[in-house]
Design a protein around this ligand. Sequence first.
Ligand SMILES: Nc1ncnc2c1ncn2[C@@H]1O[C@H](COP(=O)(O)OP(=O)(O)OP(=O)(O)O)[C@@H](O)[C@H]1O
Ligand SMILES: [Mg+2]
Ligand SMILES: [Mg+2]
Length: 652
Amino acid sequence: MANDLLSAASAKVYDASSIQVLEDMEHVRLRPGMYIGGTDDRALHHMVAEIVDNAMDEAVAGHATWIEVEMHENGHVSVRDNGRGMPVDPHPSNLKKSTLEIIFCTLNAGGKFSGDNYETSGGLNGVGSSVVNALSDHLRVEVARNKEVHAMEFSRGVPTGGLQKIGAASNRRGTTVTFHPDPQIFGSLKLRPARLFAMARSKAYLFSGVTIRWKTAIADGDTPLSAEFHFAGGLADYLSDSLSGATTYAEAPFSGTVDFREKFGEPGKVEWAVNWTPSRDGFIQSYCNTVPTPEGGTHEAGFWAALLKGIRAYGERVGNRKAAQINRDDLATGAGALVSIFIQGPQFVGQTKDRLSNENAAKMVEGAVRDHFDHWLASDTKSAGSILDFLVLRAEERLRRKMEKETQRKTATKKLRLPGKLTDCSSKTREGTEIFLVEGDSAGGSAKAARNRENQALLPLRGKILNVLGAASSKLTQNQEINDLCEALGVRMGTRFNVDDLRYEKVIIMTDADVDGAHIASLLMTFFFSQMRPLIDHGHLFLACPPLYRLTQGAKRLYVANDAEKERVLAEGLGGKGKIDVQRFKGLGEMDAKDLKETTMDPKSRTLIRVTIDEDVAGETGDLVERLMGKKPEERFRYIQENARFVEELDV
Ligand SMILES: Nc1ncnc2c1ncn2[C@@H]1O[C@H](COP(=O)(O)OP(=O)(O)OP(=O)(O)O)[C@@H](O)[C@H]1O
Ligand SMILES: [Mg+2]
Ligand SMILES: [Mg+2]
């Protein structure tokens, strides 16, 4: 595809000024994921969203009153508005080029970096138009402005002709962008009218000052072939529409709008609508400057905070003490909510703008909504009462479920005395459970945070276990550490050992990756061999493999188990940039929970060694401990690598 760009460009004059354009457009085509989040169906439809967002920005800024979205027979889509029209005059940065060409062929060229042209815009990076252009095999823009109509066309980010004056426009003004997503990028994926229709409609709900017209030449289920949207009722209408037919606790949704300038002296506003319903799962749709934020962010956080504090305070006021138990989940899982904010300088995570991150948005939304909510609850006591009852019920249900879970676990284990230092897992059955025997208390801390509490239990073992493992079995029974180990495993030693009593499916010895660690591991294996032999025979004993080194090179990170591995990687490189940073883990306790989890505990990425018994050794007689702990104890056991794979991850 790079070659295509090169040959298309070589037809034009190739001078120094062409370089920037070529690089920008080529980069977008090489890495579409960075700009539109991938090349899948969602990314494909996001192309249209970028262009519609630009038209919406023009409308929200007060310059356009209508937007038209049209799906053509040939798979092209047009977005038309009656805004100011994109500027067409030569651009100050390069007088040989029209501003139109700069907008469509240069990244980070836009009019929304300052609040001068657009106060609260969804656009901010000056990237959208050029990205859509780079990823379209054909794009045509038509601008009516200053009584003239200009047009320009592009293919894969490169102009296929100059800016052309194609006629006079009496009073007409505005921008029309028509484009076709490039099959070289999106393969056989096709734009779906139903999805575009829904997008067009939701935009109209988000800004009551615009009329959106919809047209499609391609039929798609029961999607109308043409429609016109104008919603004076804004989000409250939208919510009633989404919840139509469902039972709701409030007679009319709690909805409103607050102008940030009036309340906080800052540009922007928030609009919201929420109701509670038992008949479907909770949902929230949030937007910033009409751009949907499916992953939420600070505006959603502020919204829930206001409602939570409000409902708890209301509960207290009416003497319902249980209201204090309501949490955000109770509130959200039974709610249908819409939140739309307009702010200056929005900060999103990623170009597809999935999550809002402006800190002050949380404060402003919370402040704005809270007052209104208190007022609304106080003035509509009927709705307030049924919402409060509903939420208290949900909280109680949640607490009851939690308690049931705990007591079930207790009764399941009630005949067992469990040692206090055991961190048990919550699973009721043995299947799939694991207990990590961890060296030292410090490692226990990160292991606790790293484990999966559902099926991974932890038992820290102190260093003094060393002293008793070599001792006679009569001494073993008197030792607290050993008793704790037996109690945790649910078994007894020697002839009284019964493998069926074992409380976990895997017993995993997790010691430091150093000599001491290996020694402790050998001692424990010897203990199991001499006192609980069937545990090994049935394949329940394992060794964890914590890494010895962490190697970092730029964004690449690799954990390795030994010196040889480290040397190999140092010689070959990690594929990242710059110098390789080597960190040696002296002990498990030095690793943070995340590292410990990734490298050693998480079944998805760890390496585990199953311990089995070498038949030759088992056949011999004599002092087992001495023989096993002789010169080369490790060699007496055969280790089977269960999962020989270290994590290689790319931090992006
Ligand atoms: N329909 C339109 N009407 C008027 N001007 C427009 C229109 N569409 C785009 N523009 C101008 O072109 C500029 C570049 O648009 P582009 O979509 O590339 O970036 P952006 O909207 O500023 O930011 P983002 O990358 O977040 O979309 C805009 O900032 C705006 O000044
Ligand atoms: Mg834009
Ligand atoms: Mg641009």
